[in-house]
Ligand binder design. Structure first.
Ligand SMILES: Cc1cc2nc3c(=O)[nH]c(=O)nc-3n(C[C@H](O)[C@H](O)[C@H](O)COP(=O)(O)O)c2cc1C
Length: 183
C-alpha cells in the first residue's frame, strides 16, 4: 500500500468560539492530541485570536492569510463551534466567507459543536455540514455534538472523549483513503 502524501497527514483544526474558556476549543485540543498520536501533522487555528477587521474582509492580515492557507492545504479539517442562536458562531461564518468556493475541495471535514441544550444538536447537519460543503468539503458522516452537562471543569467526560476519539479516528481514515495515490 502506498505511503500517504505529506498533505494527507496534514490536519487543520479551526476553533470558532470567541470564549477564552471555550468548551468546544477544549474538544478541539483533544482532537489535536488524538491526531498527533495517530501521526498527523496538525495546525490549530483559533479564530478568536485573529484580527476582526481582516476577518470581516476590511483589510489583509498575514495570520488570517496563513489560516486560510492552512485550511486549503489540509486533507482533514476539524471544525469546532459553540451553538449560537441554533447554529454556528458569526466568528466561524466570517472566516468561511473569506474562502473561495473550492477552498476545502477534497478535504474531509469533521464537525464538533457544543451547546447548552440537546435540542440544538441539529446545528451540525443543518448548519455546519452545509457550511463546510459550500466550500467543497466532504463532510464526515458522524460529527460530535456535546452539551455543557458533558463537561466537568471544562474538561470532557470520559464518555464524550470516547465519542470524540472514534469520530476523529474515522475521519482520519476517510481522509487518508481519499488522499492515497491510486498507483
Ligand atoms: C451568544 C450565545 C448564544 C447561544 N445560543 C445557544 C443556542 O441557540 N442553543 C444552545 O443550546 N446554546 C446556546 N448557547 C450556549 C453555548 O452554545 C454553550 O454554552 C457552548 O457550550 C459554549 O461553547 P464554548 O465554551 O466553546 O464557547 C449560546 C451562548 C451564547 C454566548
Amino acid at each position: 500500500m502506498p505511503e500517504p502524501s505529506s498533505s494527507a497527514r496534514h490536519a487543520v483544526l479551526i476553533s470558532g468560539s470567541p470564549s477564552a474558556t471555550s468548551r468546544s476549543r477544549a474538544l478541539l485540543e483533544c482532537a489535536a492530541a488524538i491526531l498527533e498520536r495517530l501521526g498527523a501533522r496538525v495546525t490549530l487555528v483559533d479564530l478568536a485570536t485573529l484580527p476582526a477587521a481582516a476577518l470581516l474582509g476590511r483589510e489583509r492580515d498575514a495570520a488570517v492569510d496563513a489560516a486560510l492557507g492552512a485550511a486549503s492545504s489540509a486533507s482533514l479539517a476539524v471544525i469546532a463551534t459553540p451553538v449560537y442562536r441554533a447554529t454556528y458562531t458569526g466568528l466561524l461564518k466570517v472566516f468561511f466567507d473569506l474562502m473561495r468556493p473550492d477552498t476545502l475541495r477534497g478535504t474531509v471535514a469533521l464537525a464538533i459543536a457544543t451547546a447548552a441544550s440537546a435540542e440544538h444538536a441539529l446545528a451540525i447537519p443543518l448548519g455546519i455540514a452545509p457550511l463546510v460543503a459550500s466550500v467543497g468539503a466532504i463532510v464526515a458522516p458522524v460529527g460530535v455534538f456535546a452539551t455543557d452537562a458533558e463537561f466537568q471543569d471544562r474538561r470532557p467526560t470520559a464518555a464524550l472523549e470516547a465519542r470524540l476519539t472514534q469520530a476523529v479516528s474515522d475521519a482520519r481514515v476517510l481522509a487518508q483513503a481519499l488522499h492515497h495515490s491510486p498507483s
